[in-house]
Design a protein around this ligand. Structure first.
Ligand code: FAD
Ligand code: FES
Ligand code: FES
Length: 1365
């Protein structure tokens, strides 16, 4: 059947408006269409691979098979526009706006402070909105599940859940089920479970409100939910009636042709079969969640796509005698719905397989993917880590295939997969349906999956396990163990199964099974994916869990007939329990403003982020949302694929033939200097040599993003490879010294306090080492620049997502060969920065500026997520070695440390990062004698850079490593040893700075008491005694963070205040807004300074032509220094107004301004501030590096699964000193956001590199940041009361970076739990645990019989898949 020669008409609706498209390109995604064609920029691009949810929209369609309208979420970045025929799309703009009315889903996230940078917000709003459309009265669990496919890097998720909890009908104030056990109100008295009353804190009875103080009180009300508009489902837009009518009509085959791809959508199975025989290589696309990724990320091209969405047989569900048959195009959400119903209705013995499928689907991607991805797509992708294939294989599911030749049914068994991503299905065949069988009496089934992150992550190892017993016995009649992640295909452990058949289900069978599996499920030490020991151990751990689960069911089913099988030992039972989430609970406490503070004085109040409502409505403009200029071009970078090589040739001739190609830009096009970088050791474009994978060599400029992308891929580069160095290559020579092995030591920094040489003799000492992996910033908005040449005098306007306007301007001007006064840099807001846009944004901006200069036209580039991760570097990996001298009572006497950081291929900010690491090597402890050496290692990786904490977390983490070893060595409780060594007021740090206003001990005592530390510790000990395979751990950790840039001159800021004749104020300052609420705080400061309401003050943007020479928005000091500069400017204005005010004391602000104008008084003023008396000399160990310190303490409790390495964050309590908070909502948001980012750093996020320096982890698919489900179930944060800070604006303190390190409490709680597991294996000595504490590290550290059966290969005897850098 030949499709039409011309394309058909595509008809769909967007936000109620009909769209008819004639020439639609099948390669266009819905996201591109919305943003480019319809100008609906509320829907964001965060990753382009379905992994972040920033692009979430609601899809509504009439389902003719089920005769109802369905609403579901989908990722617009993967949704082909051609799949929209007769579908209605709702975007964030379609549900509410700031001009008329916000939808409750928008209003509540904004008012509950759930939007910081706002880049994730529209996607989260749309997930919530869709849930409410389907379920106006959701349960809290529904709300949490709805966000499985959304990520946020800023907020730490708690405020989002808190705001949306107000929609939940089953929960009360604290998140626990109302009136049930666990409710804070009922447990308040019980100090074991709550300690502090939390939720009642705003009453006078609260323990936090001192009786002698009736001036200020603690409050827990960050927002007032009584202000929220009620949800009225009757007000929602109706489904377009035209689509209902169309939905009931017979569809006609559709065909759309693009530049390279044709899309055909047949209507009958007959048509489909004929098309597949005509185009055997055509891809069948349902959800496009696999094909979309292959085309975008793997550079695959499929010229013919056939969409079977309308084929009734492929969408049908049938209940048969043997099981349930699903059409292959049934979505995973539908499968879930049908099986859930079956499980509820059928006898449990029949639904063992269904329950296993449901368990796998519970952790399968996010709802946006499950709503569109098909069951058939998962099977036919034939991924070795598919979650469903092991279950389908172990259950012996039946697949019906159809082609021109007719139908055939095959069983999913060991013959089905023939190789990596290959099956026995012939090219012309189609998978028609899948029958998932009922289980029988005496048959048991389990499925397990372990991933780096529980929610929305692909498996490391996954499995389906089935056993059938001979009637009435515990003798195995049939057993099938199927694994994913252990070979290039899903595999059956055939030999093991054969040996176990006919055997009794007992201890002996377990031992033999493990021995056999260890042999059969072997992996080469170089296996792709790495984690070889872990994966092998998991195969045994999963079997052990299966063994226990079946044993438990057998003993239950055999009703006490215990001679048939042994009961499961009581301390083993928790090993069989599936992961369950407890309802979340939290409280956030802060000090209310003093009684009597003027109502309009907003300083100290939880004012909502000034852009939150716009962000929630998709109206906030980010760099790539700026409307397109006429004749605008798009740029795609061409980067090195080698870590170290000479460039032999660059050939762009093939790129020229791509439609829309304009030019190739390289070093020879740079009109000014090609030399750039903070230390002048970088180039705009590489010329002769490349020094990392991702090194920018050139760029292609074309008319559209798609064309420039395609052309960039066609540029051919020839290299002569040189030996790369990718790791910190050092080894011990003698204690506390190291030499380089190949990598050259770029910079060595010493910090020595005058110690007593013989101290090592009188104290005990030990040595140790810790490695901390790096971290990707994963701001939701990737780097973006729009360069607009102005056409005269070399002027250029740069719209950039950057934290550093000054360097952006300077570097661009330098590359363009013009003075800085010709380049204007403008930043409205960023979708997150976290240090990643402090300097590295310039590598894109300079390239775009050069391209704009060359073409004379506006040029734009927003990096794809994979490019961004590849080229822009991240947090420095650190290796720390230490020698600690101590007394038996736990007192530290001396410390020698060597820190090594992996700087990457240029200096960038590496020296500063190392300086801060050394200045924080004490964390919060008084160490009389310190000798430290810091070495930055230059390697062939992308240059590492600033990241929230700037070396501080690495420096402190190593301190906590030896501190935890020390407690073990002394046999003392860790919290006692930590407390013993804490500084006191007036102490000198190792860099000779006196600690004044030292509130850390107050934070410590408050945290220890409010979290009921000692009582809970006893409970944990009890739990650990009663559970062999689940262990709990707890740890309390302090932090002290020095506030200032360590480069003294950066501690300056400027501001500009214009007052207009209507009294409105336009405020500008040197800081940028990246979600941290700086503009909101600055408005609060200006409002108090000028004595006018915040509503009269506006900040439009940050720009180099309003405030020049700005320091980067970094080092946590932006509110301090810009706040003082704003205050200073306001004072100047007030001084000028003074005579006018005196002459009319009863006048209003508007009267005075009008009079000032008429009296020719200037209403514009600049302000300036510098932090005085800063400057530290490392050589002499003299001077003051920091203005003051921020302090905090956190206590965390975790539970680990010793068999899988999984962990659950059960509870965290934080007490933080933020001085007198300028805005408690923003400060608590920073604390929680930083904490959760730190949680990623220390427990989850792992960048993986090949031995050749190639980054594997280039997107959310492989690189996991914490998701909604990873935050502590109970999360309590309080701001220390009564601690004004005399060193910063309105007695506040810096907050951006200091709390990040508190997440180390989770890491050391995990380590504490591992200690307990190791103790059960007879191991009591301190052990090494590197960061992050991933499931792999946790499992490997929980040494037991299973790990011993999977010994590691001898290092050096194989080439590993990935290396520690
Ligand atoms: C963010 C994200 C998360 C994911 N998480 C998981 C996860 O946790 N676990 C997991 O197992 N997978 C996961 N996947 C993989 C993917 O979602 C599944 O494999 C999905 O089921 C594929 O279905 P689809 O309809 O989208 O496939 P499509 O992309 O539409 O098609 C996939 C392949 O199957 C072929 N095909 C589809 N239907 C048929 C048919 N009827 N007959 C013959 N060939 C057919 C197509 O030709 C194509 O080659 C994830 C993917 C993404 C993007
Ligand atoms: S942009 Fe679509 S999921 Fe990330
Ligand atoms: S607010 Fe969620 S990513 Fe910034």
């Amino acid at each position: 059947m030949a499709p039409n020669e011309t394309g058909d008409e595509l008809v769909f609706f967007v936000n109620g408006k009909k769209v008819v498209e004639k020439d639609v390109d099948p390669e266009t995604t819905l996201l591109t269409y919305l943003r480019r064609k319809l100008g609906l920029c509320g829907t964001k691009l965060g990753c382009g691979e379905g992994g972040c949810g920033a692009c979430t929209v609601m899809i509504s369609k009439y389902d003719p098979f089920r005769r109802k309208i369905l609403h579901h979420t989908a990722n617009a970045c993967l949704f082909p526009v051609c799949a929209l025929h007769h579908v209605a799309v709702t975007t964030v703009e379609g549900i509410g706006n700031t001009k008329s009315r916000l939808h409750p889903a928008q209003e509540r996230i904004a008012k509950s402070h759930g939007s910081q940078c706002g880049f994730c917000t529209p996607g989260i709003v749309m997930s919530m909105y869709t849930l409410l459309r389907n379920k106006p009265e959701p349960k809290m669990e529904d709300i949490e599940d709805a966000f499985q496919g959304n990520l946020c890097r800023c907020t730490g998720y708690r405020p989002i859940l808190e705001g949306y909890r107000t929609f939940a009908k089953d929960l009360n104030c604290c998140g626990r089920v109302a009136n049930g056990t666990g409710c804070c109100r009922s447990e308040r008295e019980n100090s074991m479970n709550g300690g502090c009353c939390r939720g009642k804190a705003n009453g006078p009875d609260c323990c936090m409100n001192g009786k002698d103080d009736n001036v200020t009180m603690m409050s827990s009300s960050l927002f007032n939910s009584s202000e929220f508009q009620p949800l009225d489902p009757t007000q929602e837009p109706i489904f377009p009636p035209e689509l209902m009518t169309q939905g009931n009509k017979q569809q006609k085959q559709l065909c759309f042709k693009g530049e390279r791809v044709m899309w055909i959508q047949p209507t009958t199975l007959k048509e489909l079969v004929a098309l597949k025989s005509q185009y055997p290589n055509a891809k069948l696309v349902v959800g496009n969640t696999e094909v979309g990724i292959e085309m975008r990320l793997k550079n695959m091209l499929y010229p013919v796509i056939i969409a079977p969405a309308w084929i009734s047989e492929m969408n049908a569900v049938q209940h048969t005698e043997m099981g349930v048959t699903f059409g292959a195009a049934c979505t995973l959400s539908l499968v879930e719905e049908v099986l859930r119903k079956a499980v509820a209705e059928l006898p449990p013995y029949k639904t063992e397989v269904f329950q296993a499928v449901l368990e796998q689907l519970r952790w399968f991607a996010g709802p946006q993917i499950r709503n569109v991805a098909a069951l058939g797509g998962n099977i036919m992708t034939a991924s070795p880590i598919s979650d469903l294939n092991p279950v389908l294989m172990a259950s012996g599911s039946k697949l019906t295939l159809v082609s021109n030749e007719g139908k055939r049914t095959v069983t999913m068994d060991e013959k089905f997969f023939t190789g990596y991503r290959k099956t026995i299905v012939k090219p012309e065949e189609i998978l028609l349906s899948v029958e998932i069988p009922y289980s029988r009496k005496g048959e048991y089934f389990s499925a397990f999956k372990q991933a780096s992150r529980r929610e929305d992550d692909i498996a490391i190892v996954t499995c389906g396990m089935r056993v059938l017993f001979q009637d009435g016995t515990s003798r195995v009649e049939e057993i099938k163990l199927s694994y994913g992640g252990m070979a290039p295909t899903t595999v059956l452990a055939l030999k093991t199964c054969q040996e176990l058949t006919g055997r009794d289900w007992n201890e002996k069978l377990l031992q033999d099974a493990c021995r056999l599996l260890a042999g059969e499920m072997d992996l080469s030490a170089s296996a792709p994916g790495g984690m070889v020991d872990f994966r092998r151990t998991l195969t045994l751990s999963f079997f052990f869990k299966f063994y226990l689960t079946v044993l438990q069911k057998l003993s239950k089913n055999h009703n006490g007939n215990n001679n048939l099988c042994e009961p499961v030992p009581s301390n083993y039972i928790s090993a069989t329990e599936l992961f369950h989430k407890d309802p979340i609970a939290n409280a956030q406490l802060f000090q209310e403003v003093p009684k009597g503070q003027a109502v309009e004085d907003m300083v100290g109040r939880p004012l909502m982020h000034v852009s939150a409502a716009k962000q929630a409505c998709g109206e906030a403009v980010y760099c790539d949302d700026i409307p397109h200029y006429e004749k605008e071009l798009y740029l795609t970078l061409v980067t090195s694929t080698k870590a170290h090589a000479k460039i032999l040739s660059v050939d762009a001739s093939e790129a020229q033939s791509v439609p829309g190609f304009v030019c190739f830009v390289s070093a020879k096009d740079v009109p000014g200097s090609n030399i750039t970088g903070i230390a002048n050791d970088e180039t705009v474009f590489a010329e002769d040599v490349v020094t990392c994978v991702g090194h920018i060599i050139g760029a292609v400029v074309a008319d559209t993003q798609e064309h420039s992308r395609r052309a960039a891929k066609a540029v051919k580069i020839k290299y002569e490879e040189l030996k790369p160095i990718v790791t910190i290559q050092v080894r011990w020579l003698r204690s506390a010294s190291a030499v380089s092995l190949g990598c050259f030591l770029h910079d060595v920094r010493h910090l020595v306090t005058p110690g007593t040489p013989h101290l090592w003799d009188i104290s005990f000492h030990f040595l140790g080492e810790m490695y901390l992996a790096g971290q990707e910033h994963f701001y939701l908005e990737t780097h973006c620049t729009l360069a607009v040449p102005k056409g005269e005098d070399g002027e250029m306007e740069l719209f950039v997502s950057t934290q550093n306007l000054m360097k952006t301007q300077e570097f661009a001007a330098n590359a363009l060969g013009v003075p800085s006064n010709r380049v204007v840099v403008r930043v409205k807001r960023m979708g997150g920065g976290f240090g990643g846009k402090e300097t590295r944004s310039t590598i894109l901006t300079t390239a775009v500026a050069v391209a704009a200069f060359k073409t004379g036209r506006p040029v734009r580039c927003m990096l794809d997520r994979d490019e961004d991760m590849l080229i822009s570097g991240g947090r420095h990996p650190f290796l720390g070695r230490y020698k600690v001298g101590f007394m038996k009572n736990g007192r530290v006497k001396s410390l020698q440390v060597s820190y090594y950081s992996n700087g990457g291929n240029s200096v960038d900010l590496s020296y500063g990062v190392m300086d801060r690491a050394l200045l924080h090597l004490d964390n919060s402890y008084n160490i009389p004698n310190v000798s430290a050496v810091g070495t930055v290692c230059k390697t062939n990786l992308a240059s590492n850079t600033a990241f929230r904490g700037f070396g501080g977390p690495q420096g402190m983490m190593i301190a906590e490593c030896w501190m935890s070893d020390l407690a073990r060595k002394c046999g003392l409780p860790p919290e006692e040893v930590r407390k013993l060594n804490l500084y006191n007021e007036g102490d000198l740090t190792h860099f000779n700075q006196k600690l004044e206003g030292f509130t850390l001990r107050r934070c410590w005592d408050e945290c220890l008491s409010s979290c009921s530390y000692h009582a809970r510790k006893k409970l944990i000990e009890e739990f650990n005694k009663q559970n062999r395979w689940k262990k709990r751990g707890m740890c309390i950790i302090p932090t002290k963070f020095g506030i200032s840039f360590t480069v003294p001159f950066l501690n300056q800021a400027g501001a500009l205040v214009h007052v207009y004749t209507d009294g409105s104020v336009l405020l500008t300052h040197g800081g940028t807004e990246m979600g941290q609420g700086l503009h909101t705080k600055m408005i609060q400061v200006a409002s108090r300074s000028l004595g006018i309401p915040t509503s009269k003050i506006h900040i439009s943007e940050t720009s180099t032509n309003t405030v020049p020479n700005t320091s980067p928005t970094a080092a946590s000091v932006s509110a301090d220094i810009n706040g003082m500069a704003v205050h200073n400017a306001c004072q100047t204005i007030l001084k000028r107004l003074e005579p006018i005010k005196q002459s009319n004391p009863k006048g209003s602000w508007e009267d005075w301004i009008k009079a000032a104008y008429e009296n020719c008084v200037s209403l514009s003023a600049t302000g300036f501030y510098r932090i005085p008396d800063l400057g530290y000399d490392f050589e002499k160990n003299e001077g003051k590096p920091f203005c003051y310190f921020s302090y905090g303490v956190a206590c965390s409790e975790v539970e680990i699964d010793c068999l899988t390495g999984d962990h659950k964050n059960m509870r965290t309590d934080i007490v933080m000193d933020v001085g007198t908070s300028l805005n408690p909502a923003i400060d608590i948001g920073q604390i929680e956001g930083a904490f959760v980012q730190g949680l990623g750093l220390f427990t989850m996020e792992e960048l993986r590199y090949s031995p050749e320096g190639n980054l594997y982890t280039r997107g959310p698919g492989m690189y996991k940041i914490p998701a909604f489900g990873d935050i502590p179930t109970e999360f309590y944060v309080s701001l220390l009361r009564d601690c004004p800070n005399s060193k910063a604006v309105y007695s506040s303190k810096a907050v951006g970076e200091p709390p990040l390190f508190l997440s180390a409490s989770v890491f050391y709680a995990i380590k504490d739990a591992i200690y307990s597991a190791r103790k059960d294996s007879g191991l009591t000595e301190p052990f090494r645990l590197d960061s992050p504490a991933t499931p792999e590290r946790i499992r490997n550290a929980c040494v037991d019989i299973f790990t011993k059966m999977c010994p590691s290969a001898e290092p050096g005897t194989f080439k590993p898949w990935s290396v520690r850098v």
